[in-house]
Design a binder for this molecule. Structure first.
Ligand SMILES: [Zn+2]
Ligand SMILES: [Zn+2]
Length: 133
């Protein structure tokens, strides 16, 4: 087993023993925030991410992280969207929106393989989303 090393927490920049990818304090906070977010969504499944953030005081970025790590499942919450990593457009699938994905792929020839995996006909937004739920 490797000995944990000291590093700076990516969230609060504090020096900590790298047992996990963020420090204990931030991990605690993220867990508490997750419980708040999950409890709120259970009660108000039709909320938007802004409403959840305002009511729970959990940042949109943090809620987005719960969604991206699969802790909050989009399928249960029809109005939940989160900002694209690059342009801030609201999306429900992936880390970046479709137009940014296209741009990134044009800039990076090494990601050509991923282009092939995208559905050939995705002009209908509804179909595109349900395919990934
Ligand atoms: Zn921290
Ligand atoms: Zn975008």
């Amino acid at each position: 087993m490797a000995t944990p090393q000291l590093g700076n927490c990516p969230k609060c920049r504090k020096l900590y023993l790298r047992i996990r990818n963020i420090c204990d304090e931030c991990h605690q906070k993220a867990e508490e925030d997750f419980l708040k977010t999950a409890a709120y969504l259970r009660e108000y499944p039709g909320s938007t991410i802004q409403e959840v953030s305002e009511e729970t005081k959990v940042s949109v970025a943090q809620i987005r992280e719960y969604i991206l790590t699969g802790r909050i499942l989009m399928g249960s919450f029809p109005n939940l969207t989160y900002p694209c990593e690059t342009c801030g457009n609201m999306i429900r699938v992936g880390r970046v929106c479709k137009s940014c994905t296209t741009q990134i792929k044009q800039l990076d020839p090494n990601s050509q393989k991923e282009v092939d995996r995208s559905p050939e006909r995705d002009d209908k937004a509804g179909g595109y989303i349900t395919r990934y739920l």
